[in-house]
Write a protein that binds this ligand. Structure first.
Ligand code: ZN
Length: 483
């Protein structure tokens, strides 16, 4: 069935029948939590979903992935996507399974990264369901995946790449403008311009990058907006870069001196690149020994290729200092474990060595096998380099739990656990406020989303105090009238 006929058959008729009478914004995810980004904009003429993310972390959040979508997915005219991370993109195949027929608008690098991330997400879900069935530890009988790798591959057909800085009509009466967010390659803040509605322009920050990302250009300033939705992952803190990098360096040296292995659970997209850039610099400066560095994640390795290509093409998203660099991601002794055999062979590595493996919050992926093997030994170290959402294994390690449930068994934690938040590719409180302050006029209201309650509230209070704006932390499923 072609995309158009699917739309006509499942979409257009139901869509006409269910058009909302007035324009509203609905918060369908990422309220007082950092996952499940989904914001629905409805006008009398169209329905558009901004981001289509998977809920992760606490079970009660993950269960939302299985709930019926609040509106008929077939009635959604378009999805616009800020970037490729699964908490912003990973629900798309499920939405498609439930009747959404496209299109999905995203920047070209987001489309390319989604082609890596979404099938991997489907594969992981199939694997987890299969593993749960084999070990009999699922409550569902039999456990089933939310969607499969094949579903994800099919969902890729729905994408339509859009350039930065050009306004495109994405649905009747709704135009979208993508600006660089500097968070990962392809990441954008999105301004939706609505015709015939009182609230004319809504800006969605997506995940906001840092002005000093080692590789990517900083976020672009905001356009004039009537409403702004801003992320608040680190809304209550400031990154201490120099101190963090010092910690990273010390942890690597200490582990190497003991002959141990450092495991770095890493988000495959962008974080692996940031870690490799730092490792290369530290190794070249002689601050860290030239150890074997394993990247054990097929997804991270394919992502690395997308980054290398962007560098080679002189992408405008990349800082000019890297233009012409053949491979800034090569620390000295890089071993790329693509196949399962190459991954298993890492078990023979006596150490000292460094293993970078997905997923970043240890919610799945090959890193679980390394953690199961290496966590009990006090010579080893686990370095956590990104935000660890509540309910994830990464968070439990950070909180000092002495055993960790992994792959159906309990593993004692003997290894040192080190937190290096400076490698975050999320803006901190001051950086978010700095970006908001670029708005040419105050919005009617700023909604603080994509942050756990304390972070969201801290950022809200600072927006009110420092910028003098109205700011609100919305509730899950809250609706706001736009007309
Ligand atoms: Zn992100």
């Amino acid at each position: 069935m072609t995309k158009q006929s699917a739309k006509t058959k499942h979409g257009r008729d139901r869509r006409d029948a269910r058009r909302p009478g007035r324009a509203v914004l609905r918060f369908l995810g990422a309220t007082q939590t950092v996952t499940g980004s989904r914001f629905l904009v409805e006008t009398p003429h169209a329905r558009v979903l901004v981001d289509c993310g998977l809920f992760q972390g606490y079970k009660k959040l993950r269960e939302r992935n299985w709930a019926n979508f609040p509106v008929d997915p077939a009635s959604i005219d378009a999805v616009v996507m800020t970037h490729a991370h699964v908490d912003h993109s990973g629900y798309l195949p499920a939405l498609m399974r439930a009747g959404f027929a496209g299109p999905v608008f995203a920047t070209r690098n987001t489309v390319d990264l989604c082609a890596i991330v979404l099938p991997d997400s489907g594969h992981l879900q199939e694997e987890e369901a299969e593993y749960a069935n084999r070990r009999g530890y699922s409550k569902h009988s039999p456990a089933r995946p939310l969607y499969t790798e094949a579903d994800a591959v099919q969902a890729l057909q729905l994408f339509e790449p859009v350039p930065f800085a050009k306004t495109v009509e994405i649905a009747p009466g709704i135009h979208a403008e993508f600006r660089r967010a500097g968070h990962i390659l392809g990441s954008a803040t999105i301004a939706l311009h609505l015709d015939e509605v009182r609230t004319r322009t809504i800006v969605f920050s997506g995940d906001l990058g840092r002005p000093h990302h080692p590789l990517l250009c900083p976020p672009q300033p905001l356009p004039a907006a009537d409403m702004i939705l801003t992320e608040s992952t680190y809304g209550d803190r400031l990154h201490e870069d120099a101190a963090s990098i010092e910690l990273f360096e010390q942890a690597l040296r200490r582990t190497s001196d003991k002959g141990g292995i450092t495991v770095i659970p890493s988000f495959a997209v962008d974080r692996t690149e940031v870690i490799l850039l730092h490792l290369r610099r530290l190794i070249r400066a002689g601050k860290v020994p030239n150890l074997p560095v394993y990247v054990d994640s097929p997804m991270a390795l394919r992502t690395l290729d997308v980054y290398r290509r962007a560098l080679a093409e002189g992408s405008a998203e990349v800082k000019s200092d890297f233009q012409g660099e053949p491979d800034p991601f090569y620390p000295g002794r890089l071993i790329e474990a693509k196949s399962v055999e190459e991954s298993i062979a890492i078990n023979d590595e006596p150490g000292p060595a460094i293993i970078i493996s997905a997923s970043g919050m240890a919610t799945g992926g090959r890193v679980l096998h390394h953690l199961r093997r290496l966590l009990p030994d006090p010579r080893n170290t686990v370095i956590l380099v990104g935000f660890q959402a509540g309910g994830t294994r990464g968070r439990r390690l950070l909180e000092g739990q002495d055993t960790l449930k992994l792959l159906g068994s309990y593993v004692p934690v003997g290894a040192a656990i080190v937190n290096v938040p400076a490698f975050s590719v999320h803006a901190d409180q001051g950086e978010i406020l700095g970006w908001l302050a670029t708005a040419p006029k105050p919005p009617e209201v700023a909604f603080v989303v994509h942050g756990e309650p304390a972070s969201a509230e801290a950022l809200r209070a600072r927006i009110v105090r420092d910028l003098g704006w109205n700011a609100v932390v919305p509730q899950n499923l809250e609706r706001v009238r736009l007309s």
